[in-house]
Design a protein. Structure first.
Lengths: 381, 209
């Protein structure tokens, strides 16, 4: 407990003149997957007070309440007084998830992505990140979506061949891709369009071809659904179709599909090796483009189900590729720029464990020692 | 000369460029193998024919590795060799279009599979490439022959020479797109103007010394 006149008290004096950002409290709470009631119980306050603090209608009346918020949620008290940052709002975000995904889970992912946004905003002061370069295109029907995917490839100078490194394409367009959906298995991917564009992928998915499709799907949301509420069957189907058309452009893919082997499956796996998409996506693309009829499509699905590829994963997965932009920036701290990981953590006002949970990066213990505050020397000499 | 089949019209993937690439390969192999023929060493027409067949087969397999539109079909019988041009199955033989050998009139397992895979295509006829030779065994013409189920030629097309270098032949397969990682450069932090102004006199003084 802080004594009157202590360092904490002096800090509080400075803090109390700054504005408490309720949005930051909400982000921190949702990141922990807590309800307002749970947080209020943890800090021995009323749920109404927590609600008022979050909505900005009331500033926390005492320093110990703010410190308790920080302690429970894993942030330094100053976190709640930082600059007003770009909080990811519901209408800016898209989820690729199961219907059973609870709202609390979605809020947790959005809060996690917001915190990653804080990290990226700070890193942008140190590194030249690519400027967002995402075209806004119309996609109300299949033809418009096919055309949008072709325009998008043209916009990024990609030609019509198979894209070997899909994540790099998006990273060059200014999108930060991370795979940090810890403990969340009901959401495959998440994306946010705004000043910092982010795609978050589920690290539990071990299928590279599925990752590629998820990246394409979120890319579809970023391009087709800027400023549009997503989550409906229509927007999800449009993003799926975009991903399919973007990863497997109709003309080039149809040429390859027709030049296939005598039987369907060797042909599908030859296409999978070349186009780096799943067999399921290839079959669907074949059906969408009229290369397979409905009977062949259904038979193929039945076969995949019988082989348990839909549940246990498909064979012949392409080599796994991690997104690199954020990890490169974090790994370059302390070498390319003066700012260290520990310095970044302190600037962000995250506690070390929270920093690890948000970024997936452990702060080296040596850095902790180097940056440790020396023990004060007091004496009479 | 019969030339009543326009393959590109009836079978879109069978362009002159592609057919020419295959016909030229068959022509080159046969003419080259002829130079290896050694009757004094015991070579006869049978072993020459076997050698030409195996080498032709090998050449087409190699071509299939360079062109995605050309694939080799799986066959039940070991000595049946069928390739497909964008899914259209074709076999080759030496002889006249009017008199194909009986075993080349059989619809193979690979051809049947292609018909089932692409039911919307009109694959009820079989297609053969007939390699005709002169009295010395050198290739004179290479023709595409379309045969009905009774083995009657319903169309013949003389495959043109040396079209394989046409640019469209190589631009058919879309090249994979490689995108490297983003190279992150540190932001060049500018020295504040007032600091620069302060530094200038010192620099001048140092230079003067």
């Amino acid at each position: 407990m802080s004594e009157p006149g202590s360092q904490s008290e002096l800090l509080w004096g400075a803090r109390s003149r700054d504005l408490f950002w309720g949005e930051r409290l909400q982000v921190a709470r949702e990141f922990r997957g807590m309800t307002q009631k749970e947080l209020s119980e943890a800090v021995s306050a009323s749920p109404a007070l927590v609600s008022l603090c979050e909505s900005g209608k009331k500033n926390p009346s005492s320093r110990d309440l703010v410190e308790a918020f920080g302690s429970v949620l894993g942030f330094e008290p100053e976190f709640f007084y930082g600059n007003r940052q770009d909080v990811f709002r519901e209408e800016e975000c898209s989820f690729r998830h199961r219907r059973s995904t609870p709202e609390r889970m979605k809020n947790k992912i959005r809060a996690h992505a917001t915190l990653i946004g804080f990290v990226v905003t700070r890193l942008k002061k140190e590194f030249r990140f690519p400027e967002p370069n995402i075209p806004k295109l119309q996609g109300d029907n299949a033809e418009e979506i096919e055309s949008a995917a072709e325009k998008c490839r043209k916009h990024w100078n990609l030609g019509d061949g198979p894209i070997v490194e899909v994540a790099h394409v998006l990273e060059h367009a200014g999108v930060v891709i991370v795979s940090q959906l810890a403990d969340v298995q009901k959401v495959d991917a998440f994306s946010r369009f705004g000043s910092t564009c982010v795609i978050v992928l589920n690290q539990h998915i071990r299928s590279t071809s599925r990752w590629h499709f998820d990246i394409g799907h979120e890319c579809g949301h970023l391009i087709l659904h800027q400023g549009i509420d997503t989550g409906s069957e229509e927007t999800e189907a449009a993003a799926d179709r975009f991903s399919s058309a973007f990863l497997m452009p109709r003309k080039a893919f149809a040429r390859d599909f027709r030049s296939g082997s005598s039987s369907l499956w060797p042909q599908v796996f030859a296409l999978k090796r070349r186009w780096r998409t799943s067999a399921a996506a290839i079959i669907r693309r074949g059906y969408d483009l009229g290369l397979l009829d409905a009977v062949e499509y259904r038979k193929a699905h039945k076969y995949m189900s019988w082989k348990k590829w839909t549940t246990n994963g498909e064979p012949e997965e392409p080599a796994f590729q991690q997104p690199e932009l954020l990890s490169t920036a974090l790994n370059s701290l302390g070498s390319k720029v003066q700012l260290t990981l520990e310095g970044l953590r302190r600037d962000l006002r995250f506690l070390p464990e929270t920093f690890r949970e948000v970024t997936g990066v452990n702060i080296p213990s040596q850095a902790n020692r180097t940056n440790a505050i020396p023990f004060p020397v007091t004496g009479s000499n | 000369m019969i030339n009543d089949l326009n393959p590109a019209e009836k079978y879109a993937p069978l362009t002159d460029v592609r057919l020419s690439l295959i016909a030229d390969a068959l022509r080159d192999v046969r003419n080259h193998t002829l130079t290896l023929f050694d009757p004094l060493g015991g070579d006869d027409a049978w072993c020459h024919g076997c050698r030409v067949y195996s080498r032709s087969r090998n050449r087409i397999i190699l071509l299939s590795q360079q062109h995605t539109w050309l694939t080799i079909l799986e066959e039940d019988a070991e000595l049946q060799f069928t390739f497909a041009i964008e899914g259209i199955p074709v076999r080759f033989y030496r002889g006249s279009p009017a008199k194909p050998p009986a075993h080349y009139l059989v619809t193979t397992h690979g051809e049947l599979a292609q018909r089932q895979l692409f039911p919307h295509r009109n694959l009820d006829r079989i297609l053969r490439i007939a390699v005709e030779t002169d009295s010395e065994g050198r290739v004179s013409t290479v023709k595409l022959v379309e045969l009905d189920s009774a083995g009657e030629a319903t169309g013949v097309y003389v495959i043109p020479h040396d079209l394989s270098e046409t640019p469209s032949a190589t631009s058919i397969e879309a090249k994979p797109v490689h995108v490297g990682p983003v190279e992150l450069e540190p932001v060049q932090k500018e020295v504040p103007t007032h600091e620069r102004q302060i530094e200038q006199p010192e620099t001048k003084a140092k230079n003067a010394k």
